[in-house]
Ligand binder design. Sequence first.
Ligand code: FAD
Length: 391
Amino acid sequence: MGGSKMDNKKHFDAIIIGAGSLGTPTAYYLAEAGLKVLVLESVPSVGQGSNKRAIGGIRATHSDPAKIRMCLRSIEIFSTFKDRFGDDIEWDECGYSFVAYSEREEKILKDLLLIQKPYGLQNDWVEKSDLLKIIPDLNPINLLGGTFSPKDGSASPLLANHAFYTHAVKLGAQFHFSEPVVSMEIDHDLITSVTTTKDSYSADVVINAAGADAMQIGRMAGLELPVKPDSHEAAITEPVARFLGPMVVDIRPTEGSSNYYFYQHITGQVIFCITPKPNAWGNDVTETSGFLPMVARRMIEIMPRLRNIRVRRTWRGLYPMTPDGFPIIGKAPQLSNFVLGVGLCGQGFMLGPAGGELLTRIVLDRTTVEDAETLSYLSPLRQFAGEEKLK
Ligand SMILES: Cc1cc2nc3c(=O)[nH]c(=O)nc-3n(C[C@H](O)[C@H](O)[C@H](O)COP(=O)(O)OP(=O)(O)OC[C@H]3O[C@@H](n4cnc5c(N)ncnc54)[C@H](O)[C@@H]3O)c2cc1C
């Protein structure tokens, strides 16, 4: 990959657009590989886009080889972060439990185990009586059982992103904040310059990691990327003594929502989210009055004890959604120095570290046989016809 050279100070081996869940770890791994890296970010600091809106869930319990493999790797990175770097990113190996209150969910979850197991995932079906030992406060009425994956967990999206940022900077990566990218100059198949509100730069490779704004960045390079912002709401309660271990996920669709999930943070607060049905397309991140009554009813039904906890705050953020629910990671079509790390949907925080390593191998042309399989699922050229089973 090669771009035209500006003066030396403004030419970089790699420019990353976006210092979010994916862009910031990518800056770290590229700098670690010895590249001269520039990150351009619209807002004044790292992780302020969708990253800080994430509730911190990290699971490898997906329904496809690409996300399973990537998240297994991310879990290795998150769970050893403190030992390796010294930073406390609030990693908690709390596990995930997808619960089943009807035969429909039991069948979906058991079928998924057949896909997950060959990838070395620790996830098992747990009968009702054993599940109630793991999550004693689950409503036992109609409960059939559920899956439990003990190695999944949670961490702080802001602490993790900030830690990647400080280590990237130590390795020489440059971050330019409050400097949105506004245009790109293209010559044949090459991005020759990236222009912000303040200056222009060039690079051997330009990486689009602009989250919910990835489509606009794509258009600057003449590409129509199928990434649309989809608004999701979340909330946090007051802290209470620890009573809940794993993240609980209920995939029963009901009117207004297709699923919801919650866990108790290590500092005692219960944090929760719902997937609205139909999707709430657009950039609006103003909280709604409909979210809390809808999700609270569902959560209290499944865990009556939650009725006593007071909610402190709700917020709304954007999933950068693709039509099939899978990210788009790989070299862009038509352009020889443009790489895409976009469309991370509802899993960008957990995919970020492994995604950063993967993008680094793409840039260095060092992808492995396993990467080739992973990238085939995430290809920018795929048909986008499938549908992810565990969004
Ligand atoms: C309520 C909610 C809960 C969630 N929970 C989880 C969870 O538990 N686990 C999980 O893994 N994921 C979760 N997610 C999803 C996760 O937040 C996203 O998938 C992830 O943050 C996307 O990462 P990203 O790097 O693509 O985008 P971002 O983190 O948004 O980063 C993109 C960056 O690009 C910058 N940018 C945009 N345009 C430009 C421009 N023109 N020039 C320069 N910079 C630009 C933005 O300012 C932003 O900082 C949740 C999301 C929401 C909304």
